[in-house]
Design a protein around this ligand. Structure first.
Ligand SMILES: [Zn+2]
Length: 182
Protein backbone atom coordinates (compact mmCIF):
# COMPACT_ATOMS: atom_id res chain seq x y z
CA UNK A 1 0.00 0.00 0.00
CA UNK A 2 1.41 3.37 -0.97
CA UNK A 3 0.89 6.73 0.71
CA UNK A 4 -1.40 7.80 -2.15
CA UNK A 5 -3.93 5.15 -1.06
CA UNK A 6 -4.45 7.29 2.01
CA UNK A 7 -5.92 10.31 0.22
CA UNK A 8 -8.85 12.29 1.68
CA UNK A 9 -10.97 11.65 -1.44
CA UNK A 10 -13.32 9.10 0.22
CA UNK A 11 -14.19 11.76 2.83
CA UNK A 12 -15.41 14.35 0.28
CA UNK A 13 -19.10 13.25 0.28
CA UNK A 14 -19.42 13.39 4.10
CA UNK A 15 -17.08 16.28 4.97
CA UNK A 16 -18.83 19.08 3.04
CA UNK A 17 -20.15 21.30 5.81
CA UNK A 18 -17.86 23.26 8.09
CA UNK A 19 -18.30 22.09 11.72
CA UNK A 20 -17.67 25.67 12.92
CA UNK A 21 -19.83 27.94 10.70
CA UNK A 22 -22.10 25.30 9.12
CA UNK A 23 -21.56 26.55 5.57
CA UNK A 24 -21.11 24.11 2.69
CA UNK A 25 -17.58 25.37 2.23
CA UNK A 26 -15.39 22.61 3.65
CA UNK A 27 -12.68 21.36 1.28
CA UNK A 28 -9.36 19.54 1.47
CA UNK A 29 -6.66 22.20 1.67
CA UNK A 30 -3.70 19.83 2.00
CA UNK A 31 -3.17 16.07 1.80
CA UNK A 32 -4.09 15.77 5.49
CA UNK A 33 -6.48 18.58 6.34
CA UNK A 34 -9.79 20.20 5.48
CA UNK A 35 -10.27 23.96 5.53
CA UNK A 36 -13.33 26.21 5.42
CA UNK A 37 -13.32 28.76 2.60
CA UNK A 38 -15.92 30.80 4.53
CA UNK A 39 -14.60 31.12 8.11
CA UNK A 40 -11.07 29.74 7.83
CA UNK A 41 -11.63 26.80 10.19
CA UNK A 42 -8.98 24.08 9.82
CA UNK A 43 -9.44 20.40 10.63
CA UNK A 44 -6.64 17.83 10.47
CA UNK A 45 -7.37 14.20 9.64
CA UNK A 46 -5.04 12.15 11.84
CA UNK A 47 -4.94 8.36 12.16
CA UNK A 48 -6.78 6.78 15.07
CA UNK A 49 -5.00 4.20 17.21
CA UNK A 50 -5.87 0.53 16.86
CA UNK A 51 -4.28 -2.62 18.25
CA UNK A 52 -3.87 -6.25 17.18
CA UNK A 53 -2.57 -9.27 19.08
CA UNK A 54 -0.58 -12.21 17.72
CA UNK A 55 -1.24 -15.27 19.87
CA UNK A 56 0.17 -18.70 19.10
CA UNK A 57 -0.63 -22.06 20.68
CA UNK A 58 2.05 -24.47 21.93
CA UNK A 59 2.45 -25.90 18.41
CA UNK A 60 3.20 -22.44 16.98
CA UNK A 61 -0.13 -22.11 15.24
CA UNK A 62 -1.41 -18.52 14.97
CA UNK A 63 -4.81 -17.51 16.31
CA UNK A 64 -7.06 -15.70 13.84
CA UNK A 65 -10.66 -14.62 14.41
CA UNK A 66 -13.47 -14.48 11.88
CA UNK A 67 -15.12 -11.05 11.64
CA UNK A 68 -18.79 -10.97 12.68
CA UNK A 69 -19.57 -7.60 11.09
CA UNK A 70 -18.54 -5.21 8.36
CA UNK A 71 -16.10 -4.08 7.21
CA UNK A 72 -14.77 -7.46 6.18
CA UNK A 73 -17.62 -9.59 7.53
CA UNK A 74 -16.67 -13.29 7.40
CA UNK A 75 -13.00 -12.57 6.68
CA UNK A 76 -10.08 -13.30 8.97
CA UNK A 77 -8.56 -10.83 11.39
CA UNK A 78 -6.29 -10.67 14.40
CA UNK A 79 -8.00 -10.08 17.75
CA UNK A 80 -7.95 -6.39 18.68
CA UNK A 81 -9.73 -3.15 17.92
CA UNK A 82 -9.76 0.60 18.38
CA UNK A 83 -8.00 2.35 21.24
CA UNK A 84 -10.50 4.37 23.29
CA UNK A 85 -9.93 8.04 24.12
CA UNK A 86 -7.40 8.36 26.92
CA UNK A 87 -6.55 4.65 26.87
CA UNK A 88 -3.09 3.06 26.56
CA UNK A 89 -2.58 0.74 23.58
CA UNK A 90 -1.61 -2.12 25.91
CA UNK A 91 -4.80 -1.70 27.96
CA UNK A 92 -6.90 -1.52 24.79
CA UNK A 93 -5.46 -4.82 23.58
CA UNK A 94 -5.97 -6.54 26.94
CA UNK A 95 -9.57 -5.28 26.97
CA UNK A 96 -10.31 -6.36 23.39
CA UNK A 97 -8.78 -9.83 23.77
CA UNK A 98 -10.73 -10.36 27.00
CA UNK A 99 -13.97 -9.14 25.34
CA UNK A 100 -13.56 -11.11 22.11
CA UNK A 101 -11.98 -14.34 23.33
CA UNK A 102 -12.11 -14.43 27.14
CA UNK A 103 -8.31 -14.62 27.35
CA UNK A 104 -6.18 -12.89 29.98
CA UNK A 105 -2.84 -11.71 28.67
CA UNK A 106 0.18 -12.48 30.84
CA UNK A 107 2.82 -10.83 28.68
CA UNK A 108 2.89 -8.70 25.55
CA UNK A 109 5.81 -7.61 23.42
CA UNK A 110 5.63 -4.82 20.85
CA UNK A 111 6.17 -6.07 17.29
CA UNK A 112 5.44 -3.41 14.65
CA UNK A 113 2.92 -0.91 13.24
CA UNK A 114 1.14 -0.56 9.91
CA UNK A 115 -1.30 2.08 8.66
CA UNK A 116 -4.81 1.02 7.72
CA UNK A 117 -8.05 2.30 6.24
CA UNK A 118 -11.38 1.30 7.75
CA UNK A 119 -14.57 2.08 5.84
CA UNK A 120 -17.62 2.07 8.13
CA UNK A 121 -21.12 3.43 7.48
CA UNK A 122 -20.02 5.67 4.60
CA UNK A 123 -17.07 7.15 6.47
CA UNK A 124 -13.43 6.40 5.77
CA UNK A 125 -11.41 6.10 8.99
CA UNK A 126 -7.64 6.09 8.97
CA UNK A 127 -5.84 4.14 11.67
CA UNK A 128 -2.35 3.33 12.81
CA UNK A 129 -2.44 -0.31 13.91
CA UNK A 130 -0.02 -1.45 16.61
CA UNK A 131 0.87 -5.15 16.75
CA UNK A 132 1.92 -6.98 19.90
CA UNK A 133 2.91 -10.61 20.37
CA UNK A 134 0.76 -11.78 23.29
CA UNK A 135 1.24 -14.68 25.69
CA UNK A 136 -2.05 -15.62 27.38
CA UNK A 137 -2.27 -16.82 30.99
CA UNK A 138 -3.93 -19.94 29.59
CA UNK A 139 -5.42 -20.79 26.24
CA UNK A 140 -7.94 -23.07 28.00
CA UNK A 141 -10.39 -20.24 28.77
CA UNK A 142 -10.81 -19.29 25.10
CA UNK A 143 -14.38 -18.62 24.04
CA UNK A 144 -15.63 -16.48 21.13
CA UNK A 145 -17.90 -13.60 22.13
CA UNK A 146 -20.67 -12.06 20.06
CA UNK A 147 -18.42 -9.56 18.31
CA UNK A 148 -16.42 -12.32 16.60
CA UNK A 149 -17.97 -15.07 14.47
CA UNK A 150 -15.37 -17.63 15.55
CA UNK A 151 -11.66 -18.36 15.86
CA UNK A 152 -9.15 -20.85 14.55
CA UNK A 153 -5.46 -21.67 15.02
CA UNK A 154 -3.53 -21.79 11.74
CA UNK A 155 -0.21 -23.31 10.81
CA UNK A 156 1.61 -20.10 9.70
CA UNK A 157 2.49 -21.34 6.19
CA UNK A 158 -1.11 -22.42 5.55
CA UNK A 159 -2.66 -18.99 6.19
CA UNK A 160 -4.42 -17.63 3.10
CA UNK A 161 -3.41 -13.97 3.22
CA UNK A 162 -6.19 -12.95 0.80
CA UNK A 163 -8.75 -14.11 3.37
CA UNK A 164 -7.51 -11.51 5.85
CA UNK A 165 -9.77 -8.45 5.98
CA UNK A 166 -7.24 -5.61 6.20
CA UNK A 167 -3.95 -4.63 4.58
CA UNK A 168 -2.36 -3.76 7.94
CA UNK A 169 -3.28 -7.14 9.44
CA UNK A 170 -2.01 -8.97 6.34
CA UNK A 171 1.30 -7.14 6.72
CA UNK A 172 1.54 -8.06 10.40
CA UNK A 173 0.80 -11.72 9.70
CA UNK A 174 3.33 -11.75 6.84
CA UNK A 175 5.99 -10.33 9.16
CA UNK A 176 5.11 -12.92 11.81
CA UNK A 177 5.29 -15.79 9.28
CA UNK A 178 8.71 -14.60 8.06
CA UNK A 179 9.97 -14.45 11.63
CA UNK A 180 8.86 -18.02 12.31
CA UNK A 181 10.81 -19.18 9.23
CA UNK A 182 14.12 -17.60 10.23
ZN1 LIG B 1 -16.53 27.58 8.38
Amino acid sequence: MSVSDFSLTPLLPVFQFCPQCGEKSFKPNSEKSFGCTNCGHLYYINPGGAVAGLIADLDGRLLLVKRAGNPGKGLLDLPGGFVDLGERAEDALRREIKEELNLEIRKMVYLTTFPNRYFYKNVQYFTLDLAFICIPESIETIKAADDVAGFEFFQPDLIQLNEIAFESIRNMVKLYINRTKS
